[in-house]
Design a protein around this ligand. Structure first.
Ligand code: SAM
Length: 314
């Protein structure tokens, strides 16, 4: 009885989702799609649409140009604030200590990096580097701890600009301790030397990238030996009943909220569709291992709506 209900719900969920939002799905699945969702030919996904690989980057850029000013507000509204808890969990999992250098890829407006810097400051081993001239010429009471930094890296300058404003309000700059800097570029070609960072995070960003395997290889390259990769990303909800409810909310409510708050329904339809195209938890584990990472694990958050994947460069 329960099994047949599950089957019906799965069918309904797939067919409603497909009919309303998925006009190109059949076309997509006919192509020889690999595990990362990238077709072997020159095409890829843009949400449920099939597009040329070379076009996707600029299409994603347009989406985030359009939503950057309302991005933080929309995150709170769409997830009812839960995205904050998921991001806290990411940083609690990383548990950084002073002396850590984070590369926060697809870092957008800095949510992960700010949490990273805040966490460093709560460490019992954190002693800020107090400049004597800022200390009334008085003596430095404790020797400073090793400097720590976060580099927010994103393809979209308007997202970084929003983040920089937030950083200034929080007192984080490239001169603060710990410090933050903002770098624009593509996660598939990082402008950093091999073995540079201790930690690499990517939060709700990797599914927007065209060549996910290449992003993972670059993550591996720039991490120091012993460094940790952590990815927070929307994932696949295993329970069919919950998935059905989640699909209804995602496909029917979020685009309308997008329209009301940012005046942009299409961008939020894309964001929802891109979640469904992202590989499931186990497939993504395999992709991270294929890039060279060891001890790859994941944990589901909120019934698998999101998951945190972790791996080490050993
Ligand atoms: N990490 C932030 C967070 O958790 O709030 C922002 C996530 S936002 C949903 C996705 C970000 O990925 C956007 O800022 C977008 O510009 C960025 N992005 C998309 N494709 C990218 C790429 N190829 N390289 C770097 N950043 C990219």
């Amino acid at each position: 009885m329960l099994q047949s209900l599950n089957r019906s719900v799965r069918y309904l969920s797939t067919s409603i989702g497909s009919r309303l939002y998925c006009s190109n799905t059949n076309q997509t699945t006919k192509n020889n799609t690999n595990a990362s969702g990238v077709n072997d030919n020159q095409q890829t996904h843009f949400g449920f649409k099939t597009v040329n690989k070379e076009d996707k980057e600029s299409m994603v850029k347009d989406v985030f140009d359009s939503v950057s000013s309302s991005y933080d507000l929309m995150n709170d509204v769409m997830s009812m604030g839960i995205h904050r808890l998921w991001k806290d969990e990411l940083i609690n999992t990383l548990n950084p200590t002073p002396g850590s250098h984070l590369l926060d890829v697809a870092g957008g407006t800095g949510d992960i990096s700010f949490r990273f810097l805040d966490k460093i400051k709560t460490s019992p081993n954190y002693f800020p580097n107090i400049n004597k001239s800022n200390n009334g010429g008085g003596e430095v009471l404790k020797s400073s701890s090793l400097p720590s930094s976060a580099t927010v890296f994103d393809i979209n300058q308007s997202m970084l600009n929003e983040g920089k404003k937030r950083g200034l309000n929080k007192g984080y700059t490239d001169q603060s301790d710990p410090s933050i800097d903002w770098v624009q570029g593509n996660s598939e070609q990082l402008p950093f030397k091999d073995n540079t960072f201790n930690c690499y995070t990517v939060s709700f960003g990797i599914r927007n990238c065209t060549n996910i395997d290449q992003v993972l290889r670059e993550a591996y390259r720039v991490l120091k030996p012993g460094g940790r990769f952590l990815c927070l990303e929307f994932s696949q909800v295993p329970n069919p009943l919950l998935r059905f409810a989640y699909d209804q909310y995602s496909f029917n409510v979020i685009p309308i909220m997008g329209q009301l708050i940012s005046g942009d329904r299409d961008s939020y339809s894309y964001l929802v569709e891109s979640i469904r195209k992202f590989p499931d938890q186990e497939t993504f584990v395999q992709m991270i291992q294929d890039a060279g990472f060891k001890q790859v694990t994941y944990k589901n958050l909120t019934f698998g709506i999101c998951s945190i994947h972790s791996g080490f460069k050993l």
